[in-house]
Design a protein around this ligand. Sequence first.
Ligand SMILES: C[S@@+](CC[C@H](N)C(=O)[O-])C[C@H]1O[C@@H](n2cnc3c(N)ncnc32)[C@H](O)[C@@H]1O
Length: 215
Amino acid sequence: MRIDVFTLVPHAYAWLTEQRPVAAVLGTELELRLFNYRDTTPLRAGQVDDEPYGGGAGMVLRVDVVAAALDAAYDAESPGPVIALTPKGRPLTQAVIEELAAEPALTLLSARFEGFDERIVEHLATDAISVGPYVLSNGDLPAMVVLDAVARRLPGALAEGSGELESFSEELDGGLEYPHYTRPAEFRGWAVPEVLLSGDHGRIEAWRREMVKVT
Ligand SMILES: C[S@@+](CC[C@H](N)C(=O)[O-])C[C@H]1O[C@@H](n2cnc3c(N)ncnc32)[C@H](O)[C@@H]1O
């Protein structure tokens, strides 16, 4: 799939692209393109935001700037879902991630300061997503959250078998995964559950199913 991110800080994504799962699928299952609003802004001196009509604090990302960036990237081509990252969007869940991962292409729009001119969300975006009921300083951490979670769902992103039995997965009926333990078997008197040391795969499987928490 292709993911396009529109941002003011494309360099901030370097770390993410060097880490699994994004690094594992980049160039094969995933094409990632980073667009800087400043590169295509029609305004002088790279300006991208402006004071809010009606007054008040902060700066607002301009609709003409985002339209110019999208036009330059897509021309007449249809970009697929265009997602504005905003606290006012629909909540991001694993089900939403599965839906996004099934798309051939996604466009993520990041804002900062006071956020988007509402016409961007209404007319240029086709969807709006929030990563949680709290306010971050910009849309780049949310964009990276979406990128990471979607990349995990692409073939080859994870070691064989490690992506299926996870919290919120269908295999666990949407529940929270059972607890994991590793060596040492006892530490400060904190013992690993005996069943996990038993070698009895039937019992281990039954214990794990029992430990899955329904959400
Ligand atoms: C400081 S926030 C703007 C908050 C906005 N004035 C409000 O009260 O809803 C700046 C930008 O960060 C991003 N952002 C902040 N929190 C977010 C969240 N929970 N989910 C998605 N994006 C978020 C959005 O792109 C937002 O436009």
